[in-house]
Design a protein around this ligand. Structure first.
Ligand SMILES: NC(=O)CC[C@H](N)C(=O)O
Length: 244
């Protein structure tokens, strides 16, 4: 008689309040069809889940914070009461986290070039990455562009990166705590991320080298949108490197 060991159910959440969540879910679902029938992943059964309220966080192995409009997503996180449990979970280091574009902005511990007040609410961040992020670093919507970049750390040779009103990483936060101002906000830190911040990609623009990809331990951040191109390599790297 053969004994099959039970499969581990790996659930990856996608924050689905606003923005490009359908595209991320589409990429994950197509990738998971492949992984769920691949012999080398036979220990696992993968599925995705829309995250819209606190109970959707239960049992996640990973989560993607999508691109869109970070101020709107921040307001919706506050309205749905997701902000604090999501921030605690993301900062806890117990799940793999990937923020793309607006998602990268929201998981930073310091954001500049921003509104701080959104009507009668504040612009609140999820936090987790010890970096300063500048919003809209390349200008307005019309200044959006795409560019092939390579990611040696991910083993990805050339990938079409789409930048839409994209942010960049302008600084790593050192030992001195950053403070907010009338054009910057800081996240509430529940758990300190002790891993080093590593740069995984840069883009050259107007003679400047701008950081558009970073990782800090269990957290990955990218300024661009891998969910908008028909290429699953970035999603697969996230699963292999951050979720499993
Ligand atoms: N494509 C995007 O996610 C743009 C992000 C947007 N500029 C923001 O600040 O929220």
């Amino acid at each position: 008689m053969t004994h099959q060991s039970p499969q581990r159910h790996v659930v990856v959440g996608v924050l689905s309040l606003q923005g490009s969540f359908r595209e991320h879910l589409g990429h994950l679902d197509e990738l998971f069809v492949q992984l769920n029938s691949a012999p080398e992943y036979s220990k696992y059964r993968f599925s995705s889940r829309k995250v819209r309220e606190p109970k959707d966080l239960d049992g996640l192995a990973g989560i993607i914070l999508v691109g869109g409009e970070s101020t709107t997503i921040s307001l919706l996180l506050q309205q749905t009461k997701l902000l604090e449990p999501l921030a605690r979970l993301i900062q806890s280091g117990t799940i793999g986290v990937w923020g793309t574009c607006a998602g990268l902005i929201l998981i930073a511990n310091h954001v500049t070039n921003t509104k701080v007040q959104l009507g009668d609410r504040k612009y609140e961040l999820i936090g987790g990455l010890d970096v300063s992020i500048e919003r809209n670093s390349f200008g307005r919507q019309v200044d959006s562009f795409d560019q092939e970049l390579s990611f040696p750390a991910a083993g990805i040779g050339s990938f079409k990166c789409v930048f839409i009103r994209a942010p960049t990483v302008t600084d790593v936060i050192g030992k001195t705590p950053v403070v907010g101002s009338n054009s910057s906000v800081v996240a509430k830190v529940y758990t300190k991320n002790e891993a080093p911040v590593e740069v995984i990609s840069r883009v050259e623009r107007s003679g400047k080298s701008m950081v558009v990809g970073v990782r800090q331990g269990h957290i990955l951040g990218s300024s661009f949108h891998p969910e908008l191109v028909p290429d699953y390599r970035f999603h697969k790297w996230f699963i292999d490197e951050f979720v499993l």
